[in-house]
Design a protein around this ligand. Sequence first.
Ligand SMILES: Nc1ncnc2c1ncn2[C@@H]1O[C@H](COP(=O)(O)OP(=O)(O)OP(=O)(O)O)[C@@H](O)[C@H]1O
Length: 620
Amino acid sequence: MSKSICDEEQLLDDHVDDHVDEEIKKCFSEENPRSFFMFAGAGSGKTRSLINALSFLDKEKGAVLSANAKQIAVITYTNVACEEISRRLRYKPIFAVSTIHSFLWELVKSYQKDIKEWVIYSLTEEIAKIEDKQSKGRGGIAAEKRLADIKRKKDRLFKLKNVKRFSYNPNGENVGYDSLNHSEVIKMGAEFIATEDTMQKILTGKYPILLIDESQDTKKELIDALFIVYEKHKSTFQVGMFGDTMQRIYTDGKDDLSNCIPEEWEKPEKIMNHRSAIRIVELANTVRGTIDGQRQKARSDASKGTVRLFIALPSSDKEEVERRVAKIMAEETGDASWHNESEYKSLILEHHMAASRFGFNSLYEPLNSSGYFDTSLRDGSISELSFLAKVISPLVIAYQSSNDFEVSRIVRRHSPLLNKKTFAAEREDQTILLQKAENAVQELMTLWENESIPSCLNILKSIKETGLFELDKRVDDILAEFIEGESAKITALRKALEVPFDELERYYSYATDNTQFATHQGVKGLEFPRVMVILDDTEARGFLFSYEKVFGAKEKTDTDKKNEREGKDTSIMRTTRLLYVACTRAQESLAVVAYTNDIEAVSSTAISNNWFVEGEIMSI
Ligand SMILES: Nc1ncnc2c1ncn2[C@@H]1O[C@H](COP(=O)(O)OP(=O)(O)OP(=O)(O)O)[C@@H](O)[C@H]1O
């Protein structure tokens, strides 16, 4: 069949945004270098434009930059995004791709004297602030917490005097008094950049071009600092920001970013959505319609796609509801992959919702409620937990499948009984060492005998006794009896590690993104053919989001009304943006599952907002 003019037009249409990449390339011209702000909706190819821009820069300027020991900096939101972008750029050394935390730490870490001064100053200020609050506040738990906080901070301040070198791990816990926490690094780094001439020269000298992905959620301190640097160094420093204001879901991003962009920056716009089926793009447009009215077009070759809204009572058996939803989706779409849990992504609002659905609540709960583990609990980097998952889990599998080679490899790699130093010291009879290690492994494996599953605490105890693996000093405290006044971190870890080992394995699969679950926030930037978005305020603990308000099942609070009057961000706007992020991850089919006591209100709001039509809504 021959192509019609109409077909040609549609195909051309798919390329309507191609000029954007050209405009960005022009921004890097020698004659007229410009900074830019490329904001566009979900699936519009921002990440793709970022990669295109970087590949272009590599070709055009790579050699000259390298010869002058300069790099192009790229700041991404997560380690996963970092890895993905680096991979697509074939790990070329001309690019310094990092998260904001690593970026700032790399920049400041050699200025230890300044770091020390800053930490002492900032701690002193914090203590003064809490003391002031304490003098004005009432007693009770809050006052007790403040007192403990003051004591901890004063202890740290005292110990700081002797610190020679501060350390920081952007991807893990920062336990010691001489290590910096995540927010300290952001505050300090941004402050150095904003105020120190030398730091600005180092930044612009090393990175004459800096591109930021997901800039709507980049910490406002850094964005503000970069605007300052740009104003002072615009002839030698170029910034490129990619993002989407509708996808701002964290409160520490700069909320009025689009109004702060300097006049002279290039501001290319995109209107296509290359990711999603027509019906999903339509839904995204109507959801966005309640916030800023920007609309996108689906590709001419996009499929029709399916969206459904399922409404259920919060008292229902949620796992059963979600299983039925998947079954119905398989029938309605004719896509059998909905029958297979690993073939669709279930998006929950908070991690504990995955914990209860996937069976790791007893481990998650004490750690989460202690308030001491945040990023590390989410990404699986609490040292005892990751050790058990990364070393013990494969060891057990290898042992149980009689894979002696693998057992020996793991032990040689991780055990102090067989490390080079111990071996060198025991020149005479190394078989003794081998025997000792083998006995230690046997001892450990007896815990799994008769199909039993040991608790994580018992595993650590066995390892401690035999010395099979090196354990953090903290493990001694965890294995000891509870004592009054001990650190709440230790108490929480002891409680969490009481769980059977398979619960830890389930937790770790989730933390390392190997299950069907992910949070609405965690999937930013990603895409999946089939998505189930779960809306459940009864399980959401924070006050930041409320789907029931968005769907009219709950009244706006006085604060919401006040914020609305004053033109400020409201929880409804914030939640609508999160809904937009979650729904726009879907490529082919999307099931939204809303738990509410007011089924009627949710259904009628969904219809009156033009989000769903009657035939797409089902009470379940
Ligand atoms: N010009 C294009 N032609 C064809 N496919 C494209 C084009 N641009 C992007 N895509 C595809 O569309 C999908 C979305 O692209 P990308 O992830 O870059 O969008 P994004 O704007 O970063 O999305 P989001 O903001 O939702 O994370 C990807 O699968 C990508 O390969």
